[in-house]
Ligand binder design. Structure first.
Ligand code: URP
Ligand code: ZN
Ligand code: ZN
Ligand code: ZN
Length: 471
């Protein structure tokens, strides 16, 4: 049956207008007024914003890390994402040196297939470049639709790749039409500083932050930008936390480098002092790169306002406090890095951004959905509200006030880093490909409704835009 969403305020990255949306099957078939209501299900959206579904370009579901595995998987993680207004995620597929890329991709298909409530794609980690990897990359893009490669400049002896690997990945990506993503921190110097801290008996969570200073994020970001420029390639810097890194991106953009920056909600509302919480609770706030000093928060918001950072990812990588984060009691290097953010990404950005007057509605939609769709080959099927596009929609009540809490969230972990924070606005109903996943704040979606999405090459979907839609 057709669905008509009536009387809502439709918001895209470029426009806000009153109107109705007509949906048939998975797709939007009309936007306007006066649709034939015979045989249609009418959904009243009066007083609500209708946003394109959020796109979270940065998740780590069921990911082995630090001797454990991140707790939310493709089932609980995508349920929580949907409750939070996100209808597409792109997860990082981790590869191992000396093993075929396809083996890692198959592993990621195995753990996600049939489990997701919303659509998902993969980025692929590149840890080494050799003839086997070079031979495999074209089919990764062509057959798997994976058009973004991730290189870690940190996590020495675990994920870290050297500069030559990053440079060759950039050159190859340019040839093949992929976007290179980097975790930009100077892993070698961090390794030295952490060893020294442990020798000096500095084992508390706060030393995680103090051994990864912002200068080392700025240095790595600048280095990656220069390598991108030399390779005449394209770069997306994940989880930018500080002025030191954001200015390197802005400077490179001014030089004409094709470079993009993502930040995450945690860096916009939390600061380094959280790592000093008593009873080892500081471990809940261990991310890499770490939370920064309070003065930095304002700088990040300004970078967003000026368009110097263009997307918001969650970096969802959740671990229980009891049984996982506490593996690092007495040694901060053993605290699994990451936190549960997938559910609150969209709401925090709305509340702290739009409701507090820092960004416009259009900027909000661009940051949480449209820009990621464009960069990662999903646009215009996803990331906007267009005739022929997927009916991935969020009905959002901007007047609701809600307090974030682990006792009410849907993520499968025992704490929420934003516990007690009041937010304005909440997604009340969420549709993925024309079907309700969340309706009036209740889960009605089906496990397995979410499908793996093959993504277009970098910028290809922008050139063909509407021609690629199914109508
Ligand atoms: O602390 C973090 N960010 N954990 C997830 C892995 C990563 O570096 O993105
Ligand atoms: Zn990272
Ligand atoms: Zn991450
Ligand atoms: Zn479709």
């Amino acid at each position: 049956m057709k669905k008509i969403i009536k009387n809502g305020s439709i918001v895209t990255a470029s426009d806000t207008f009153e109107g109705d949306i007509c949906i048939e099957g998975e797709h939007i078939i009309g936007i306007g007024t006066g649709f034939d209501e015979d045989q249609a299900e009418i959904i009243d959206a009066k007083g609500l914003y209708v946003f394109p579904g959020g796109i979270d370009p940065h998740t780590h579901l069921e990911m082995p890390f630090g001797g454990t595995v991140s707790k939310d998987d493709f089932e609980t993680g995508t349920i929580a994402a949907a409750f939070g207004g996100t209808t597409t995620i792109i997860d990082f597929c981790l590869t191992k040196k000396g093993e075929p890329l396809q083996k890692a991709i198959n592993e990621w298909h195995d753990k996600s297939s049939g489990k997701a409530f919303i659509d998902y794609g993969f980025h692929l980690m590149i840890g080494e470049i050799n003839s086997t990897v070079l031979n495999e990359l074209p089919s990764v893009i062509r057959e798997e639709g994976i058009s973004s490669f991730k290189v870690f400049m940190a996590y020495k002896n675990v994920f870290q790749a050297d500069d030559a690997t990053l440079f060759q990945t950039l050159k190859e990506a340019e040839k093949l039409g992929a976007l290179v993503m980097v975790h930009a921190e100077n892993g070698d110097v961090i390794e030295y500083l952490t060893e020294k801290a442990l020798e000096e008996g500095k084992t508390d969570p706060i030393y995680h932050a103090l051994t990864r200073p912002p200068e080392l994020e700025g240095e790595a970001t600048g280095r990656a930008a220069v390598l991108t420029e030399m390779a005449n390639s394209q770069l997306y810097v994940v989880h930018v936390t500080c002025q030191e890194a954001a200015t390197k991106i802005a400077e490179a953009r001014r030089r004409g480098v094709d470079i993009w920056g993502e930040t995450c909600p945690q860096y916009l509302v939390l600061d380094q002092s959280y790592l000093e919480k008593e009873n080892f609770e500081g471990a809940k706030y261990v991310w890499s790169p770490p939370l920064r000093e309070k003065k930095n928060l304002d700088y990040l918001w300004k970078a967003i306002q000026k368009g110097e950072l263009q997307t918001i990812g969650s970096d969802q990588c959740s671990f229980d406090f009891k049984g996982q984060k506490d593996l690092g009691f007495g040694n901060f290097t053993k605290i699994p890095n990451g936190g549960p953010i997938i559910e609150d990404r969209f709401s925090i950005l709305y509340s702290e951004g739009v409701a507090k007057g820092r960004i416009s509605l259009g900027q909000f939609v661009d940051l949480v959905s449209t820009r990621a769709a464009k960069l990662f080959g999903l646009y215009p099927k996803k990331g906007s509200i267009v005739v022929g596009g997927d009916a991935d929609l969020v009905l959002f009540d901007p007047t609701i006030k809600r307090t974030i809490s682990a006792s009410t969230h849907h993520m499968n972990v025992d704490y929420n880093p934003f516990e007690g924070m009041e937010v304005t606005g909440e997604p009340v109903s969420v549709l993925s490909k024309g079907e309700f996943v969340v309706r009036d704040k209740k889960l009605v979606g089906k496990k397995g409704h979410g499908a793996y999405i093959k993504r277009a090459k970098y910028k290809e979907s922008l050139l063909t835009a509407t021609a690629s839609l199914p109508l």
